[in-house]
Design a protein around this ligand. Structure first.
Ligand code: OAD
Length: 244
């Protein structure tokens, strides 16, 4: 695989919950995943939040707490190390856990938002979750106007913020090497990005223990966990880059 990428300058990775699985964070659709136990329309939709903001906040606050204890794993670290070997390395992630940045990745597009931030439902101020006040019901509140805040994440039925989406499409269209790591690739528009990259001529590499809709367009497929496959791939790519 490394030989096919010699001379490449632009690397992009699209990542999903699978890359954080080895950091102890459950995925969504695997047998132990969140969506086996919870209903996405109750916990991850604007309607669910309107119906029961406490239920939604309880879930997001418990995830935010769990993520504080989580550390980047060798999969995240390998992607960060690729920055030493290629001119441009960007990560487009559907994850809200901040582990790519914690691993040292400098160019991360969080297309589904971040669990570290909240947004006011009234004045739209975006602020760090740990700066939130409290509503009379004890839910996170805007530090400016005191109204109810919501997690600053993208829910089902909501649009990805324009700037992040545009960047994700631009990066995908100009990538030479495009990794798809730990995502079931079924949630749009993220699921479209591998085909954008493929149509523009990128070499697609999938890392996932399971088959996905991306598998058929990937030139190389590693049916392995990200924490095992990515360090080996990174070392081979960096050795080949140094040797040229
Ligand atoms: P999913 O739970 O849909 O998929 C996780 C993928 O990771 C599966 O294809 C697994 O086979 C794979 N996987 C599991 N362990 C792995 C490991 N150790 N290494 C590599 N791969 C592994 O998660 P996403 O694709 O991220 O959105 O889901 C996309 C979106 O759907 C999420 O951002 C979330 C969810 O509903 C919202 O909440 C809006």
């Amino acid at each position: 695989m490394a030989r096919a990428a010699v001379g490449f300058k632009r690397v992009v990775a699209l990542t999903g919950a699978g890359i954080s699985a080895e950091s102890g964070i459950p995925t969504f659709r695997d047998p132990e995943g969140f969506w086996q136990k919870h209903r996405p329309e109750e916990l991850a939709s604007p309607q669910g939040f309107r119906m029961n903001p406490k239920l939604v906040w309880d879930w997001y606050l418990s995830r935010a707490e769990a993520m504080k204890q989580a550390n980047p794993n060798p999969g995240h670290l390998a992607l960060a190390l690729l920055q030493d070997c290629f001119e441009q390395v960007a990560v487009i992630t559907q994850n809200v856990d901040g582990l790519h940045e914690a691993a040292g990745s400098r160019d991360v597009v969080e297309i589904h938002g971040s669990l570290k931030k909240a947004r006011c439902t009234s004045c739209s101020l975006v602020f760090p979750l740990d700066k939130a006040g409290k509503t009379p019901d004890g839910l996170p509140a805007c530090p400016e106007c005191g109204r109810l805040a919501r997690p600053d994440v993208v829910w089902f039925g909501e649009m990805i913020p324009e700037e992040a989406l545009q960047r994700a499409f631009d990066l995908s269209a100009s990538a030479q090497l495009f990794f798809v790591v730990g995502t079931s690739a079924v949630v749009h528009p993220a699921a479209l990005l591998p085909s954008v990259a493929s149509r523009a001529g990128a070499l697609i590499v999938e890392v996932n223990p399971e088959e996905t809709p991306v598998s058929s367009m990937a030139r190389f497929v590693f049916r392995n966990r990200a924490g095992q496959a990515m360090p080996v791939i990174q070392e081979e790519l960096c050795e080949a880059a140094k040797a040229q």
